[in-house]
Design a protein around this ligand. Structure first.
Ligand code: FMN
Length: 196
């Protein structure tokens, strides 16, 4: 049966994500994020999925970090979930946009005060002379925002990966795995199978 033109692969993603939440020992929302800057050198790291749906897959970070700089130069990314307890992986590829300010502010406001202060204190991905320097900056931010709400740092925000391809991989005996690829075209989503 062809995938629904509107919901495409998203209903299946929701189903798998719910199963991962129920079965993974920790961080079912952890995903590898691959980026490549202008020179085309790939880099990969883990981030947490903080929102998803037909609009895309959202994560938050420091926009002056290595990933932030690479996405500014080349706004395309790949995401990978590997849910070991289920023996499943999901691969997502697409263009990347910046999450709107209101949505970002709402998420930042929901974080603990300590992580809000950490976002101010950390020059993510930059060289840190020693741990004490980071702790000093953290204390400095704590004093700076004493008695008031911590505002979102201007360099901290969200990225949304708008999927063009989503592949669902299921482990099968004898490495005869199942791979279902959903691709977004001009007329909606299509589904095909890939050799394992
Ligand atoms: C399970 C897990 C989840 C993480 N989630 C995030 C996240 O949501 N945002 C983030 O900026 N870094 C997150 N990190 C840290 C990143 O992997 C990475 O160390 C950091 O963002 C710097 O990456 P960069 O130098 O490539 O920009 C996470 C690490 C792990 C292991």
């Amino acid at each position: 049966m062809p995938p629904d033109k509107m919901t495409g692969p998203f209903a299946l993603f929701d189903e798998w994500f719910a199963e991962a939440r129920a079965s993974e020992p920790n961080d079912p929302e952890a995903m590898a994020l691959a980026t490549a800057g202008a020179a085309g050198n790939p880099s990969v790291r883990m981030v947490l999925l903080k929102g998803h749906g037909p609009d895309g897959f959202v994560f938050y970070t420091n926009q002056r970090s290595r990933k932030g700089e690479e996405l500014a130069a080349n706004p395309r990314a790949a995401l990978l979930f590997h849910w070991k307890s289920l023996r499943r992986q999901v691969r997502i590829e697409g263009a990347v946009t910046i999450v709107a300010c209101e949505e970002t502010d709402a998420y930042f406001a929901s974080r603990s005060r300590d992580s809000q202060l950490g976002a101010w204190a950390s020059h993510q991905s930059w060289t840190l002379p020693d741990r004490a320097e980071f702790e000093r900056r953290y204390e400095e931010m704590r004093a700076r925002f004493e008695g008031e709400d911590v505002p979102r740092p201007p360099h901290w925000g969200g990225f949304r990966v708008i999927p063009e391809n989503i592949e669902f991989w299921t482990d099968r005996p004898h490495r005869l795995h199942e791979r279902r690829l959903f691709s977004r075209g001009a007329h909606g989503w299509t589904e095909s199978l890939l050799y394992p």
